[in-house]
Design a protein around this ligand. Structure first.
Ligand code: FUB
Length: 326
């Protein structure tokens, strides 16, 4: 009799056990397969989107793919959302997309050609589409930024929307970061009060990959440090009161873990400020790989302390729990 009762109790507990195993669906890291770096994440129409660099030899980087997901765990690939065939001035090294939805259009800012001097053709371009999956077309027929200003290589673009609705382009490689005020249709820039177009906001140890977001009225500025082909690539941050800083480096929050992966860097953030839920979307190199381009896209949780400082991120193989996009 005793046995019968305990078996019945066990059976009664089964449905809730099944339910609890259902709720622990994890993304795993990397979140999708393939060599993909510099992931830019966004939420459009209750779907997560990731726009990464296709991580291959420069000559083979002639397109961008995108990925979408309802819950961060299953990802659908959208092939060739932008191709150099649609951008007459671009022919290699299509890098680090930044996406913006504005006036029912989607704008994809990208770097192309990895220019080494003002004499070369290339820089930062803008493409436009009616849907997040494209197809994207060249918006300008020429680069938006095609020269070095304040020493910044025109790559690694990010578009920040301030609380007053103003969009800013924040970008730069070669250890220099600029901010510039975008005009309404993203065809050019508006000068600052002092007449300048590009203001330098480079913090200490900045290399590339800038990112900005707001939390509790403060401006969080993040960037990558170290060399992207090596193990020490990492992310650091500063907090400011305006998008122009000043930004005093606080410290590193993302780096390699010898048990998990190397070269963790060039990231973006998915956030739900009301729920205080933040995810860092970044690339890293599997421990088995040494080729610079062998980078994979991963997602882990980002947490803050009581004073608003970002806590060091624990990079994982498990990734994050399933979570609907809001
Ligand atoms: O993927 C190409 C380059 O690698 C990016 O522009 C850099 O930020 C680095 O991640």
């Amino acid at each position: 009799m005793k046995h019968l009762i305990s078996s019945l109790l066990l059976l009664a507990a089964l449905p809730s056990f099944a339910q609890s195993t259902k709720t622990i669906k994890q993304s795993g890291n990397p979140v999708f397969s393939g060599w993909y770096a510099d992931p830019e994440a966004a939420i459009f129409n209750h779907k997560y989107w990731v726009y990464p660099t296709y991580s291959a030899k420069y000559k083979e980087q002639v397109f961008l793919d995108a990925f979408s997901s309802d819950d961060l765990t299953s990802w659908k690939k959208h092939d060739h959302i932008l191709d150099t065939a649609a951008v007459k001035w671009a022919n290699k090294a299509m890098w680090a997309p930044a996406i913006v939805q504005k006036d029912k259009k989607y704008y994809l800012f990208f770097g192309a050609n990895d220019i080494q001097s003002d004499q070369e053709i290339g820089g930062i371009g803008v493409a436009v589409a009616d849907k997040p999956e494209g197809p994207f077309k060249d918006h300008l027929g020429k680069p938006l930024v095609d020269k070095f200003y304040n020493g910044a290589q025109p790559i690694d673009q990010f578009v920040f929307k301030d609380k007053d609705g103003q969009y800013y382009l924040i970008y730069g490689g070669w250890q220099h970061c600029n901010i510039a005020k975008l005009n309404k249709d993203f065809t050019g820039f508006l000068p600052f009060d002092d007449g300048k177009i590009f203001k330098e906001i480079t913090p200490e140890h900045y290399v590339e990959g800038p990112y900005m977001f707001m939390r509790n009225g403060k401006y969080y500025f993040m960037w990558s440090e170290g060399g992207w082909t090596g193990p020490d690539y990492s992310v650091a941050y500063a907090i400011g009161d305006t998008p122009f800083g000043p930004f005093k480096r606080i410290g590193k929050i993302l780096k390699q873990d010898p048990k998990i992966a190397t070269g963790a860097g060039h990231h973006s953030v998915i956030m739900n400020e009301k729920k205080n839920q933040y995810y860092i979307v970044y690339h890293r190199r599997p421990l088995t790989e040494t080729d610079g381009n062998h980078r994979v896209t991963c997602i882990d949780e980002m947490k803050f302390d009581q004073d608003g400082n970002i806590l060091p991120i624990k990079i994982t193989n498990e990734g994050v729990k399933a979570q609907k996009a809001k």
